[in-house]
Design a protein around this ligand. Structure first.
Ligand SMILES: C[S@@+](CC[C@H](N)C(=O)[O-])C[C@H]1O[C@@H](n2cnc3c(N)ncnc32)[C@H](O)[C@@H]1O
Length: 355
């Protein structure tokens, strides 16, 4: 099942392309000129040589773009992204060919048919940290077992919204035959519902990595008979009505900006109207529609609009049963100072019923 779904992964580059190389003692200035001319550089010797070149690139770009204005910082980031992705590392036999490099299991798992290729160093860094999360697992306060997030899948790093959902589930007294989890991600909400006795959860996601990752995580354990997956938009192939629909949607509106492409974080203007239209058809007459949201978009002045309040005011489909809020703890005093708005951040649990 799901073996034929193509997962998202960094595009491999064929070995054998002509590149200049960079090792300890190479001329940094020259290397940066090569990158700025749009040509790749291959890292030779130690993995740390690549990290030093990335560091030099930062130094170079902060000299070139010294202003802290929003616009200039954007140019800085986009230049860094462009140039750093020209720094390549060779992979031989599914392993990084440079010395003292991390061992990254994704190279074998994601590229079973290609053992030798090149990848940009920033992509390797991403694969490496994702491998650490996957291997070691992530503890989530509301779950007994760790999650093992698959490469390229959203997983929670703050938990207030999960605590809200947990408290709500604890008091939920309705039927527990089935539920739908739209945008299942790493499956945390589904696992919470199973924990509280739901017999069957139907999950969807538009991110193939989420679906493949969860299918692998569940294997053919008992869990795989309780959580059924579909790789698809909103409700996917799930047509049957259920007593509970949950959705932890992206929390920020997609601005017309190419940097914001992550579907776990940004929603387009069609997502919510379509979701409510389809949810109306799939919720049993006495069912509950639960949405997790946050005031993040409002307190960062990205939008005045709140898609759930808008639906309640104008949709004519659902009514509010209750809305629970919880303040988000600041990570540390330092982040509080840097990001003032964080102190007013709140997560929201919206419970809606048919009108
Ligand atoms: C904020 S994450 C929540 C993931 C998980 N439910 C959780 O609570 O940790 C949103 C998820 O919705 C998925 N998603 C975004 N748009 C979607 C759509 N139109 N249909 C189905 N899933 C979608 C994303 O890929 C992502 O996994």
């Amino acid at each position: 099942m799901f073996v034929d779904i193509e997962v998202n992964k960094p595009e491999p580059i064929a070995t054998g392309i002509k590149t200049e190389s960079f090792r300890r003692g190479s001329d940094v200035q020259h290397a940066i000129e090569v990158l700025e001319a749009g040509s790749p550089i291959l890292i030779i010797g130690f993995y740390s040589n690549g990290l030093s070149l990335l560091q030099e690139l930062h130094v170079h770009l902060s000299r070139k773009f010294p202003n802290t204005s929003f616009q200039e910082q954007r140019v800085y980031r986009s230049e860094y992204r462009k140039l750093s992705n020209l720094i390549l590392v060779e992979i031989v036999g599914h392993k990084l060919a440079v010395r003292k490099s991390p061992s990254i299991g994704w190279l074998e798992k994601l590229y079973p048919e290609t053992s030798d290729f090149l990848l940009p160093l920033p992509q390797i860094q991403g694969l490496n940290s994702a491998w650490q999360w996957y291997l070691n697992g992530v503890s989530i306060p509301v779950l007994r077992n760790k999650l093992h997030p698959y490469y390229g899948t959203y997983f929670p790093t703050r938990f207030e919204h999960l605590v809200l959902f947990d408290n709500w589930l604890k008091r939920y007294e309705g039927p527990k035959k089935s539920a739908i989890d739209v945008g299942i991600g790493c499956g945390v909400l589904s696992l919470q519902m199973i924990k509280y006795g739901f017999q069957k959860v139907f999950g969807t996601d538009t991110n193939p990595n989420a679906i493949v990752g969860l299918a692998e995580f569940m294997g053919d354990t008992k869990l795989s008979r309780k959580i059924e997956l579909d790789f698809g938009h909103l409700f996917g192939r799930w047509e049957k009505q259920t007593e509970l629909i949950v959705f932890n949607p992206p929390w920020l509106p997609k601005l017309h900006d190419l940097e914001n492409l992550d579907e776990a974080i940004y929603y387009d203007e069609k997502l919510f109207p379509e979701f409510f239209l389809e949810a109306k058809k799939r919720l049993l007459p006495e069912g509950k529609l639960v949405l997790i949201f946050s005031n993040l978009a409002q307190i960062t002045n990205m939008t005045e609009e709140h898609p759930i309040k808008k639906e309640l005011a104008e949709g004519g489909r659902f009514q509010l049963e209750r809305c629970l809020n919880r303040a988000v703890k600041t990570a540390s005093e330092k982040t509080k100072r840097d990001q003032n708005w964080r102190s007013s951040e709140e997560v929201e649990l919206w419970v809606l019923t048919h009108k």
